[in-house]
Design a protein. Structure first.
Length: 108
């Protein structure tokens, strides 16, 4: 994905963020991805928002097919909203999922 030089450059450019990501649990990483997607929607950055949503799609585990398929469909709808410049709608959908995710992680 990234060369060792790119990783090194990234860590050197923002060591606090790099450490935060490297020490995060998988659950926290998902929250960070949601946050990146939300920030990208606020800034109307379709590419960054779509990349974040694609990361979420790629993280789906289809051993629980029904749940993964439902999230896949929702994430695809968010991508569709992004492609037609409906950033507020996409942001709202992402926030709703992120808030539910955070609540579920507090319960566990």
């Amino acid at each position: 994905m990234y060369s060792s030089q790119q990783k090194s450059d990234y860590r050197n450019s923002n060591p606090y963020l790099a450490q935060k990501i490297l020490s995060a649990s998988p659950e926290q990483l998902v929250t960070y991805i949601f946050d990146v997607a939300i920030a990208a929607c606020i800034n109307q950055n379709r590419i960054k928002a779509a990349e974040a949503i694609q990361l979420l799609i790629n993280s789906l585990k289809f051993d629980h097919k029904k749940i993964a398929t439902n999230f896949y469909d929702i994430y695809n709808e968010i991508l569709n909203q992004l492609y037609v410049n409906q950033f507020e709608q996409a942001e709202s959908m992402i926030r709703e999922i992120r808030d539910a995710w955070n609540e579920a992680m507090r319960i566990n």
